[in-house]
Design a protein around this ligand. Structure first.
Ligand code: KIV
Ligand code: NA
Length: 264
C-alpha cells in the first residue's frame, strides 16, 4: 500500500475530493484506523485530556507525547502521521520550533507536525519547512490559548472572518501544507478554504473543508460526559467496555471464569 504523503492531500483539494483524519495515541487504534482507510492520524496534544487525565491540553509535554507518537508511527502503514507540538514547545522562537519539530520527526517518527496560531507564526512555519519539517497550521479556536481566548468560543464570526482569512493566507504562503480550522462558522471556513490552494481541515468548521478531524474517543463514544456540538458519535465504546468489565467481574466473583476450557 502506498503511503499517504502531503502532496496526496494537496491533490485531494485540487480534485475536489475529501479525506478523513482522526487522533490516535497508541498501537491498536493506529492500526485499526490505518487499516480502515483514515488518511491522516494526529497524535494530538489532546492526549493531555484524553490519555493523561488532565483537564486541558496545556500540561502535556514533549517527553510525554514523543513515545505515543512513536507507537502510532510504527503501527500505521499507510496514514500520514502528524504530531502536535505541545504548548510551550514552539512559541519562543522559530529556532525553538525547529528544534522541537526535529525531535518529533527524529524521535517520534512523525511525518509532519501541527502548531497552533495565526499569521504571527508565518516566520516560524517558514523556518520549519526550510528545515524539512512539513507543517500543518491550526487556526480559529486554538485550545492552547484557551485562557487568552476566554474559553471555548467560536472564532471568525462576522467581521472577524477576515482575520482568519489573513491568517490562513500568511501561513500557506509561509509553506504550511494544510490549514486546520477549529470552531469556525461554516461560512467563514468556506471563505478561508477559497482563499488558499492548500487543503483545509475542519473540526466544527462546516462541510466545505477538504478534510475533517475528530478526537477518536469522541467519534467512538469512549469518553463520557457532554460532547461538543461538532461531534458525531459512531459507536458507544464506553457502554461496550463497561458491559464487558462488569460481565468479567461478575464471572470472576461467581466462579464462572475461568472455566475448564481456560485451564491447564
Ligand atoms: O489535539 C487535537 O486532538 C487536535 C484536533 C482536535 C484538531 O488538535
Ligand atoms: Na491539538
Amino acid at each position: 500500500i502506498a503511503k499517504i504523503r502531503t502532496h496526496h492531500l494537496q491533490q485531494a483539494k485540487a480534485h475536489g475530493e475529501r479525506f478523513a483524519m482522526l487522533t490516535a495515541y497508541e498501537q491498536y487504534t493506529a492500526e485499526i484506523f490505518d487499516q480502515a482507510g483514515i488518511e491522516v492520524l494526529l497524535v494530538g496534544d489532546s492526549a493531555s485530556n484524553n490519555v493523561f487525565g488532565n483537564e486541558t491540553s496545556l500540561p502535556v509535554t514533549v517527553d510525554e507525547l514523543l513515545p505515543l507518537c512513536r507507537a502510532v508511527a510504527r503501527s500505521a502503514k499507510r496514514a500520514l502521521v502528524v504530531a502536535d507540538l505541545p504548548f510551550g514547545s514552539y512559541e519562543v522562537s522559530p529556532q525553538q520550533a525547529v528544534a522541537t519539530g526535529v525531535r518529533f520527526l527524529k524521535e517520534g517518527l512523525a511525518h509532519a507536525v501541527k502548531i497552533e496560531g495565526g499569521k504571527f507564526y508565518a516566520e516560524t512555519v517558514r523556518a520549519m519547512v526550510q528545515a524539512g519539517i512539513p507543517v500543518m497550521a491550526h487556526i480559529g479556536f486554538t485550545p492552547q490559548s484557551e485562557h487568552s481566548l476566554g474559553g471555548y468560543r467560536v472564532q471568525g464570526r462576522g467581521d472577524d472572518a477576515q482575520r482568519l482569512i489573513d491568517d490562513a493566507v500568511a501561513l500557506a504562503e509561509a509553506g504550511a501544507f494544510s490549514v486546520l480550522m477549529e470552531m469556525v462558522p461554516a461560512e467563514t471556513a468556506a471563505a478561508v478554504d477559497a482563499a488558499v490552494t492548500v487543503p483545509t481541515i475542519g473540526i466544527g468548521a462546516g462541510n466545505v473543508t477538504t478534510g475533517q478531524v475528530l478526537v477518536w474517543q469522541d467519534m467512538a463514544g469512549l469518553r463520557g460526559g457532554k460532547m461538543a456540538k461538532f461531534v458525531k458519535q459512531y459507536a458507544d465504546l464506553r457502554a461496550t467496555l463497561s458491559d464487558a468489565a462488569k460481565a468479567y467481574g461478575d464471572d470472576v466473583r461467581s466462579g464462572h471464569f475461568p472455566g475448564p476450557e481456560h485451564s491447564f
